[in-house]
Design a protein. Structure first.
Length: 317
């Protein structure tokens, strides 16, 4: 007789009966975090399937109020209800945001914000974190021996699951390093993994003409730095330059103000509170993290969390 999984049964009950809607009675809002939307997601990349994204948007249309950041911040300032309000966001600037996502947003007449990492636009550089994941995905090596700090690590790479687990653990270490140490270790990893050809990763990102096309369709754009560093691992002056330059580059290309910012990686260890006066000085109205707590009316505008509503997180793919 199969074992009963209480948590799974409770989740099924909440979904099937609609009891999850009691959570919507709270005066809270959600900011949804996406990156790339494709037909067949690569588990090594920050992708969701088009079918799941369609389910999410259909659910939002029936159960939530999808608004933009400007409307959200005005509601918070004027103490209006934010219950069931949702903002949709995408990070980095993937080409599929135009080719795949935009038609779905248009279908539901939903606003959205894309946070651009400006060095990636026009495919000037391939996102380093994609190259890193791609190296683990495609390596033919069966084991990785590497020193990280004072510790020697040995990772099995025999299966996709092993390679995915190893890439997650190494990425966790990389985010603790200074920018130069990260670059050095990543280059060492490519050599050990025997991966040097990243040609298949070209043309994954938007170009400026496509950014302007989306802007003309009503999509908003926010800043996400120039090169996607871990802001807490570079100097305050470098962090300010990364934020300022990305904002100015986007504004000069779309001829519209940029008032929203997304911290790269976005966990509390990836940025510092010293950035708050910088963001304010540069004219930002809000900034988003990847912390997954609920957002209440009293949330700090520069520490807005991003998460998927509970019931949507339990949809099938």
């Amino acid at each position: 007789m199969p074992m009963i999984q209480p948590k799974q049964e409770i989740k099924k009950l909440l979904l099937n009966t609609g009891l999850y809607r009691f959570a919507q009675l709270k005066n809270q809002f959600h900011v949804l975090p996406y990156h790339s939307v494709v037909d067949n997601p690569n588990p090594f990349f920050p992708q969701v399937s088009l079918s799941l994204f369609e389910k999410h948007m259909a659910h939002l249309a029936k159960n939530y109020r999808v608004i933009d950041f400007e409307t959200l911040m005005e509601r918070i300032r004027s103490k209006e209800s934010i219950r069931k309000c949702v903002v949709i966001t995408f990070d980095d600037g993937f080409l599929d945001n135009l080719e795949v996502v935009a038609p779905v947003l248009k279908k539901y007449n939903f606003p959205a914000t894309i946070f651009l990492t400006t060095d990636f636009i026009d495919n000037k550089t391939t996102p380093w974190f994609l190259k890193f994941r791609f190296a683990f995905q495609t390596t033919k090596e069966k084991i990785l021996e590497i020193d990280m700090g004072d510790t020697h690590f040995s990772f099995s790479l025999k299966t996709q699951g092993h390679r995915l687990d190893a890439s997650n653990k190494v990425m966790g270490h990389l985010r603790k390093l200074s920018e130069q140490d990260r670059v050095n270790l990543v280059n060492q990893l490519y050599e050990k993994l025997g991966v040097a050809d990243f040609g298949s990763l070209e043309n994954l990102m938007l170009n400026w003409d496509q950014v302007r096309e989306l802007s003309n369709q009503g999509v908003s754009f926010g800043a996400h730095t120039v090169s996607h560093p871990v802001l807490s691992r570079i100097s305050p002056s470098q962090a300010e330059q990364e934020i300022r330059d990305s904002k100015l580059i986007i504004e000069s290309n779309i001829q519209k103000p940029v008032t929203a910012f997304a911290y790269p990686f976005g966990k509390c260890s990836d940025y510092t509170e010293t950035l708050l006066p910088v963001l304010e000085k540069l004219g930002f109205q809000c900034a988003v993290t990847t912390e997954t707590h609920a957002n209440n009316p009293g949330v700090h505008p520069f520490f807005i969390n991003r998460n998927i509503p509970w019931e949507m997180a339990n949809f099938g793919s």
